[in-house]
Ligand binder design. Sequence first.
Ligand code: ADP
Ligand code: MG
Length: 247
Amino acid sequence: ATGSDLILDARGITKRFGGFVALNNVDLAVRPGERLGLIGPNGSGKSTLTNCLCGALKTDGGSISFAGRAIDNLSSYQRARLGLGRSFQLPRPFHSLSLLDNLRIPLVYAVNARGGTHLTEQQIRARSTELLGEFGLGGKLHRLPGDLTQVEMRKLELARAMATDPTLLVSDEALAGLSHSEVNEILALLLALNKRGVAVIFIEHIMRAVMAFSERLVVLVAGEKIADGAPKDVIADERVIGAYLGQ
Ligand code: ADP
Ligand code: MG
C-alpha cells in the first residue's frame, strides 16, 4: 500500500519516558475500513502507541499522517475532529451526567468542528438516543454512569467514541474483565461499526477475540514491532510465540 491508500500512516514512532524507551521506531499503517489487531505482552507499549497516535502523548521521533494529512502537531481534539477516535482502557465518562448528556459533548463538538450546521436541542437528543440504542443502552438514557455494569460501561465508552463519528477507532482493551458472552456482545458491536466503514485498531489480550476480529495482526514486544501480517502467520511466528512464552 502507498501512503495515499492509508487512513493512518505512522512511521518510526519513538517514545521515551526519561531514559526508558517505551516505543522504538514503530511503523503502523492502517487501510480505510481495516480491522487491525494489535497485541503484545503487558508493558509492550500498546497504550503508549495509542496515546501517541491520538495525540495524548507527544512523540520523541517519527511522523504520523491521518487521512493523507500530517497530524504530528495537532492536539488530540484536532485529531478527533479529523476522524481519529479512541476508547480508553479505563473508561472516562462524566460521572455526574446522565448517559444522554455524556454523549452531548462529543456530538456537539464533532459536528461544530466539521463546520456542520448548529445542532438543535432536538437533534442532539435524537442522535444521542439513537447512539445509546445502537449500543444497547436505550433503556438507561437517564441513568448515571455509576449505575452501569462493567459491560454497559464499555458500551457507553464505545458510544462516546462513536459520537465524534470517527473513520478510525482505536479500541484499547475494551474486553478486559468481561465474561465470555459479554466479550461476544462487544465484538459484535465493533464488527457492526466496522461494517459501516469504520477502521478499527483492536488492542486486546483475549486471543480468541483477536483472532475472530482481526484481518491483520501487529505484535509489539518491549516497544518494538516484531510481526505484522496475516493473523494465522503471525501467531505461528517463532518470535511471537517466544515473546509470549517468555513472559
Ligand atoms: P501496554 O499498554 O502494552 O501494556 P504501556 O504502553 O501502558 O503498555 O506501557 C509501556 C511501558 O511504558 C511500560 O513499561 C510502562 O510502565 C511505561 N510507561 C507507560 N506510560 C508511562 C509514563 N507516563 N511514564 C513512565 N513510564 C510509562
Ligand atoms: Mg495498555
